[in-house]
Design a protein around this ligand. Structure first.
Ligand code: SAH
Length: 454
């Protein structure tokens, strides 16, 4: 190991910062976050740095660096572009064995700054030993997306309950087992969400009574895996079992934890191959058996997703659950096809409508949909497209109103067919579109051309 990582307690300790420009500003900002008292020495101190260090704990000297400046400092940072000054500062600090960092000059440093993922009190530091700042940054970005923001709440919670837990469970081994069980229980997620009272319901139980099962109802978005939310991704890493339906794309499924069990519970083309009843039962059964079950649904679980029904049975069985929204097909398909769903001049509202209602007939509020200045998005409408187009015209919507039918939206196989209410049925027939398809009706469809995507 080239460098030993240590986390430095700088609260109330004095640090020397040589330099007054932008890089010094960035370092000052970090030192401030750690509660340091800062002394700046520089020939020129720029306004933002002055503004940052207004507090009386800090000192600013506009003059050249002198060896005596080092005295009594816990940490020294040189952030000047003067090589001679940098050398001098490093030599002086090393002479007194004071940790020193010269920005971007690893050879002159006794300590280097890692990249940080800050979920204080949890702090992750990443270093490539000064070898590749770009690689360090890439790793930081990766961790930023994987490490939940709620970890800060969880760590604070564990800290606040530590003494009580010690008093209650004397043996360190038993305590560790108890904490591990808690971390595998729904209490973990409640603590992450700052709901400490519900977390206590799990932490305070005797070990044998801690139930671990729960359900995550997660929106998988319309297909492109990069449209997953960070939270969806985090739950996908946490789950033991995944129940997914046919709208969940392969690229999304590939992001699920590798050793999780994946089970398809989809429905194809409106046929009920897995009855909703049995999905609900299955969720309850698996969660009751102690598993973390991920119910992964295409788009957003609360938009034509029957997410509500699944939750009802969980509530009835007393199973804890969490809901993660997803990008719904209308948003995803519209964006990827270059169609704004609303437009100040042409469309003041947008409706999401099912083209496949419960009874089978497309029996909808046609009169309302026929008004101009609104966009209507039909989900599950391919089979009813002819009826939809005919009814809209019958109730007064202009036959020249543009229509887009988007198949496999956001995926590499995405296809967009454009027409109007009079000719869209014919055009879709010719194009032989694959399901899933989404229908967008409204003047906004023609903006696709303005955006150069027509
Ligand atoms: N909960 C989902 C919708 C489920 S209903 C959501 O929020 O998106 C299923 C319908 O969604 C399909 O019949 C189709 O109309 C639409 N849909 C979902 N994903 C789609 C995609 N990638 N491209 C086109 N339509 C899609």
């Amino acid at each position: 190991m080239d460098y030993l990582p240590l986390h430095f307690n700088l609260k109330g300790r004095r640090c020397l910062l040589v330099g007054g420009g932008e890089i010094a500003l960035r370092k000052a900002d970090l030192l401030l976050q750690a509660g340091a008292h800062i002394t700046v020495v520089a020939l020129v101190v720029e306004a933002p740095l002055r503004a940052l260090l207004q507090d009386a704990h800090h000192e600013i000297y506009v003059r050249s660096y002198a060896t005596a400046d080092i005295q009594g400092k816990s940490l020294v940072i040189s952030a000047t572009d003067n090589a001679q000054v940098n050398q001098q500062v490093a030599a002086d600090a090393n002479h007194l064995c004071i940790p020193v960092n010269v920005v971007d000059k690893p050879a002159l440093c006794s300590v280097i700054f890692p990249a940080i993922v800050d979920r204080s009190p949890v702090v992750l530091s990443i270093s490539t030993g000064g070898k590749s700042p770009v690689l360090t940054r890439m790793l930081r970005h990766l961790l930023e997306s994987l490490v939940p923001t709620g970890l800060a709440n969880l760590a604070t919670y564990m800290g606040s309950r530590r003494d009580a837990l010690k008093a209650r469970i004397e043996s360190p081994d038993d305590r560790r087992r108890h904490t591990e069980k808690f971390m595998a229980s729904p209490g973990y997620q409640f603590a992450m969400e700052n709901n400490y009272a519900r977390a206590d319901d799990y932490l305070n139980l005797p070990l044998a009574e801690v139930q671990t099962g729960e359900v995550f109802l997660v929106g998988a978005g319309p297909g492109d895996a990069d449209l997953l939310t960070l939270k969806a991704l985090q739950f996908m890493q946490l789950a033991d079992i995944v129940l997914y339906d046919n709208l969940v794309s392969e690229q999304v499924l590939a992001k699920v934890r590798r050793d999780a069990t994946k089970e398809y519970v989809g429905k194809i083309g409106g046929d009920t191959s897995t009855p909703q009843e049995s999905i609900n039962d299955k969720l309850v059964r698996l969660a009751s058996a102690g598993y973390r079950v991920l119910r992964l649904k295409g788009g957003d679980p609360f938009i034509f997703g029957r997410g509500g029904e699944e939750l009802e049975s969980l509530v009835a069985a007393g199973i804890p659950f969490h809901i993660v929204p997803g990008i719904t097909a209308a948003s995803g398909c519209a964006s990827y096809a270059g169609i704004p769903l609303t437009h100040r001049d042409y469309s003041q509202s947008v409706r999401f409508v099912t083209g496949h209602p419960k009874g089978g007939n497309v029996d909808l509020a046609w009169r309302e949909f026929a008004h101009k200045n609104q966009t209507i998005v039909f989900y599950m409408g391919l089979g009813g497209l002819a009826t939809i187009a005919a009814q809209l015209v019958l109730h007064g919507r202009d036959a020249s109103t543009p229509v887009a039918v988007i198949s496999n939206g956001t995926l590499p196989t995405q296809k967009v067919v454009i027409g109007n209410l009079a000719d869209i049925v014919e055009r879709v027939k010719t194009a032989q579109l694959q399901r899933p398809t989404l229908i967008i009706v409204g003047e906004v469809v023609s903006f696709r051309e303005t955006l150069g995507m027509g």
